[in-house]
Design a protein around this ligand. Sequence first.
Ligand code: FER
Length: 307
Amino acid sequence: MRRRIFLASAAGALAGEAVVRTLHAAQASDSPEGRGAARPGIALAADDIAAFPAPPAGFDEERRDIARGSVAEFSYASAVTGTQRTARVYLPPGFSEKQRYPVLYLLHGIGGNQDEWRGYVRANIILDNLLADGAMVPMIVVMPNGRALADDRVPPAQKMFTPEHIAGFAQFERDLLESLVPAMDGAYPTLAQRGKRAIAGLSMGGGQALNFGLGHLDAFAWVGGFSSAPNTRPGAELLPDPAAAARRLQLLYLSCGKKDGLIGASQGLHRYLRQHGVRHVWHVDEYAHVRESWAENLYHFSRLLFR
Ligand code: FER
């Protein structure tokens, strides 16, 4: 069976269109079918099942009759790259400087940038709809560029999996903790404490969210990985003291599609957590590595945050 990884192009995300393309050129060295397919085949266990029913129809479609949040551009100085870097910031409808808000950091995939969650997954529409229904806590959502390189543009397909490009995603750990979070807390009325800070991401960003969130439970109490990529560290490395981590976590949320060739990373972590009695959400949906899974998981995850 052919399985491929599709990535949103930044141009498509910017245009608000779901432009997808394959990465065959970058993956040719692994196998004719691409990197995702070079992983062992998908084997599902009895507990690899959905934790939630599907969201209601239209959950990610614009509604005309509701108040909308806004998406601002935020520029911050990065101590890692030495450059000014750009993040998108979603502010909920009715946002007021006189209030303080919890914050979700939302990270994109290997072919995305700060516009992927908004343009490709329509995160702001999903959040507007949830807020209109009173189904989530109002929060600020930061969508950074998770590629901490001086040149953080989406590279051409043949450079997508180079060590330099992958390293940019790892280097974002310091950029996030030392530059972006303090800059956000300085510029916006955030609740600047671990219990009011969440991190989640899709694919490469899912691996980042798990690595950085679980690696810094002093900074984050709510952590989510959607379709997390093989950059996800093994459970024993992420949670060497599972009981201590479990006490600090407000929410650990893992999801993946049962047709996603990358599911092994999430299954491995889920099984480690189960074995060590660490409470978590494990949501396996029907999808491959596609935006529908990320849209639905943002919906499910956001409803649980900061409760
Ligand atoms: C890999 C396959 C996929 C990998 C990363 C990805 C780091 C990321 C995919 C995405 O973000 O969509 O082997 O290695």
